[in-house]
Design a protein around this ligand. Structure first.
Ligand code: HEC
Ligand code: HEC
Length: 402
């Protein structure tokens, strides 16, 4: 009797056990199928090849650049520096490489942090000795569509730009010869330069070319605003009003109210068809620009005094403080500037000088007269420009483990 009961108990347990196994198998099967499905759905280039696989080739592989929908096809890609998969990866390593600084403590990424849309959150960036410069770090996004770099436009290409911060005494502060020597002495770089540029002797020119290749892939095109343009996102009423105001030049006589921003910040949509110095303006920050003359420093033309690059407004909610000297801490302060505090000087942009929502503004002042609700709407639009996928894209993050 005892035995029988025990046997019964045993069989029951086996039955229970096996039904649990079946359930587990079933769950495992579902998991297996769904992961298979997920992987097969990912675009090919989203899966990063393991580092060894990437470098285990006999020649660099051409990189298939995708121009996002609604973006201009007119990109700045120099013929002597075509994008390759390995060139971009080498550029990414160099962008995060502290050996490019005199005391091995900073890299490009120290002042251009991905989570802050490649800015830092300092008014003035600190160089290797902890000494502050005089300019606010610039966001790096969609650089393929611009051909004048720095606040004062002094670099005409990313290749030319990249060598400046390395040598700048208050940035990375290192001679190009030293930078080259340090990389040459490593185990990792010579063979990679050999693969990408055909020569294992590293040169400053090739360092710049690789970094420029990486920078050209920093494309931001997935903000809610892009999705709205592609009809993948339905904006709120406030956002819609913000879009309208942002792109409208006010004509009070026709009762057309506007924020007048798109006149200079069009590159949000076309990503910078305004090439060259057309994109440089004096937006009324100062009456006297003797501290920083901007574009005039480069062109030596008095008409360019106080003109600065109108930077991309992509991810602008992440890149405070604002303006070439980081004088504003918030977007509210920026809007207040354009609305009530524009300072008049000889080179003030005509587009700003002429814009007001008042039919009869006093000739001695330049004010927009936006309502608090209108400012809220423009702010809501600026928030729409944050591209989380860009900020979190693992392809732009450090390739190093430290
Ligand atoms: C110490 C901080 C610092 C470091 C390090 C640094 N940058 Fe910058 N970067 C800045 C600042 C500040 C500006 C604006 C400077 C100016 O206009 O004079 C800038 C501007 C730029 C621009 C111009 C963007 C535009 O839209 O015109 C690019 C590109 C850039 N940096 C790339 C790099 C690269 C590549 C490196 C590494 C080789 C690097 N930066 C290292 C602070 C830094
Ligand atoms: C006449 C051209 C012009 C107009 C109109 C204009 N801007 Fe600007 N904007 C600029 C320039 C040039 C700069 C950079 C100025 C500087 O730093 O000296 C700038 C800078 C900014 C910045 C800071 C960017 C950064 O990375 O620090 C924001 C934000 C901004 N503008 C938003 C707006 C908004 C919102 C409007 C409309 C209310 C507007 N702008 C109208 C030319 C213009």
């Amino acid at each position: 009797m005892m035995q029988l009961r025990c046997l019964k108990f045993r069989t029951a347990r086996i039955v229970r056990f096996s039904s649990l196994t079946i359930k587990l198998l079933y769950v495992f099967f579902l998991y297996f199928i769904s992961t298979m499905f997920l992987f097969s759905c990912q675009p090919k280039d989203a899966a990063e090849p393991a580092a060894s696989e990437l470098w285990n080739v006999s020649a660099p592989e051409p990189y298939a650049l995708k121009i996002p929908d609604k973006f201009s096809k007119n990109v700045n890609l120099p013929a002597d520096n075509p994008l390759t998969v390995q060139g971009i990866e080498l550029g990414r390593m160099l962008f995060y490489e502290k050996k490019l600084s005199g005391n091995n403590t900073l890299s490009c990424a120290s002042c251009h942090k991905q989570e802050l849309a490649f800015t830092d959150n300092k008014r003035f960036s600190l160089g290797i000795q902890g000494i502050a410069g005089t300019k606010n770090s610039m966001s790096l996004a969609n650089l393929l569509w611009t051909n004048r770099f720095f606040w004062d436009g002094r670099a005409a290409s990313l290749e030319e730009q990249a060598l400046q911060p390395i040598q700048d005494p208050i940035e990375l502060h290192q001679s190009l010869e030293q930078a080259v020597q340090k990389l040459q002495a490593t185990d990792i770089y010579p063979s990679k330069f050999k693969l990408v540029f055909g020569n294992e002797k590293i040169t400053a020119e090739n360092i710049a070319k690789a970094i420029a290749q990486f920078e050209r892939t920093l494309i931001s095109a997935n903000s809610p605003y892009d999705k709205y343009l592609r009809e993948e996102y339905k904006p709120t009423d406030l956002e819609l009003r913000g879009i309208e105001l942002f792109f409208t030049h006010p004509i009070p006589q026709a009762r057309l109210r506007g924020g007048n921003c798109g006149d200079c910040h069009l590159q949000i949509t076309t990503a910078g068809d305004r090439n060259g110095f057309n994109g440089f303006h004096n937006n009324g920050l100062d009456t006297d620009q003797s501290l920083n003359i901007g574009l005039q420093a480069f062109t030596k033309n008095a008409a360019d005094r106080g003109k600065f690059k109108a930077p991309t407004l992509r991810n602008i909610a992440r890149t405070a403080p604002y303006m070439h000297d980081g004088r504003f801490n918030s977007l509210e302060q920026v809007l207040d500037h354009y609305d009530q505090h524009v300072r008049i000087s000889e080179t003030l942009a005509p587009l700003i000088r002429e814009a007001s929502n008042e039919p009869f503004p006093s000739p001695s002042e330049v004010k927009l007269y936006l309502t608090p609700q209108e400012k809220q709407a423009i702010l809501a639009f600026l928030q729409m420009l944050t591209d989380e996928e860009f900020i979190k894209n693992p392809k732009f993050a450090t390739p190093f483990k430290d």
